[in-house]
Design a protein around this ligand. Structure first.
Ligand code: MG
Length: 354
């Protein structure tokens, strides 16, 4: 077996993230040794990943003496809804998974969020494992225990905190990833660089289109670990991870989810930077560096929607609390802060940001 990077997450549940080529091959052994009461494994995947990877994963589980069952749903953010969630729950019940059995999320952020939410709620909560197949899910959504589905009013508005028992980031999965998906993940990588890693930012500046490898992926997961360990339930510091996201959720929604999450995040980071520079929180020079990198990585620096449309869409965001909204504002490359602002000011901030 190849060398792996192992990252221990000390959240309410302690678990390891294995990063490396072939990491997914460890899952069956892990279940056998760490979770010996598991018999059935519900492998949850989407129609794209199903074709590529599910048979290898399922047969490895069966070879280890486990009883895998597979649930595949149509790929895409549009499937991340209460209807698919309900059919997944029915599937778990029909297959008689009990509280000692486990869900294995094999796929990107949509799969992980929805399978995790099913695991969080089925029989009041069973264990689950994340096996991310996209860069975005590896560096971001598979770690930290946020699970959710979307409803008409907005993304991720129904969900739960439920930490996985293990995360296996198999870098071989990235070889099968279409280019657009890599771009999607790089939006979150950029987020970590602006948030707290000047050296990663410098690396991206010097080679904005180069593929990233194990060490950069592990660095992003390490940053996420630090933040999640400090604030698992997002009462404070974890809000930093929403850099670019409040704008991004509005962009995604206005585009009918035609603009993917990571792309929207990259544009959202440029927007947050302009809003910060306008208020004097970020130097003009750093703002230009961030905008230049967003552009060099192939993302839109400006949105095609009107400021008023964006501001309206932001009102449905989870980050709205009473009469205020939390926005993450860069103060420099590698330094950001959460800024609480009255809803009455949102229109002006968005006008500065577009
Ligand atoms: Mg995100």
């Amino acid at each position: 077996m190849c060398a792996m990077t192992n990252i221990r997450i000390n959240a309410s549940t302690r678990y390891d993230v294995s990063v490396g080529s072939g990491a997914s091959e460890q899952a069956a052994d892990f279940i056998r040794t760490a979770l010996p009461r598991v018999n059935k494994v519900a492998v949850v995947t989407d129609s794209n990943v199903d074709v590529l990877h599910s048979s290898a994963v399922v047969s490895r589980l069966a070879d280890a003496g486990l009883a895998p069952v597979k649930f595949a749903f149509p790929a895409g953010e549009k499937s991340k809804n209460l209807a698919t969630y309900a059919s997944l729950i029915d599937f778990l019940a029909e297959n008689r998974l009990d509280r000692t059995d486990i869900v294995l999320a094999l796929g990107g952020g949509v799969t992980g969020d929805m399978a995790g939410f099913a695991a969080a709620t089925y029989k009041r909560g069973i264990d689950f494992i994340q096996m991310p197949t996209t860069l975005l899910a590896m560096v971001d959504s598979s770690v930290g225990g946020k699970t959710a589905v979307d409803i008409a009013a907005g993304k991720n508005l129904v969900g739960a905190f439920h930490q996985p028992r293990a995360v296996f980031c198999d870098l071989r999965f990235l070889d099968t990833l279409p280019d657009g998906w890599r771009m999607d993940g790089m939006g979150e990588v950029l987020k970590y660089a602006v948030l707290r890693d000047q050296s990663l930012f410098g690396k991206l500046e010097s080679a904005p289109l180069a593929p990233i490898g194990e060490s950069e992926i592990a660095a992003c997961i390490g940053m996420k670990r630090d933040i999640v360990e400090a604030d698992e339930k997002e009462s404070g510091m974890r809000k930093l991870l929403n850099l670019g996201h409040t704008f991004a959720h509005a962009i995604e929604k206005l585009s009918g989810f035609g603009i993917s999450h990571g792309r929207a995040v990259a544009t959202g980071i440029a927007m947050a930077s302009r809003a910060a520079a306008k208020r004097g929180a970020l130097s003009g020079e750093d703002c230009v560096r961030i905008e230049s990198l967003v552009s060099a990585m192939g993302y839109d620096v400006h949105v095609k929607f009107a400021a008023t449309e964006i501001a309206d869409a932001m009102m449905d965001d989870k980050k709205v609390e009473g009469e205020s909204i939390d926005l993450v504002i860069p103060h420099g490359i590698g330094h950001c802060a959460v800024c609480r602002m009255p809803l009455a000011e949102v229109g002006k901030v968005v006008a500065d940001a577009v």
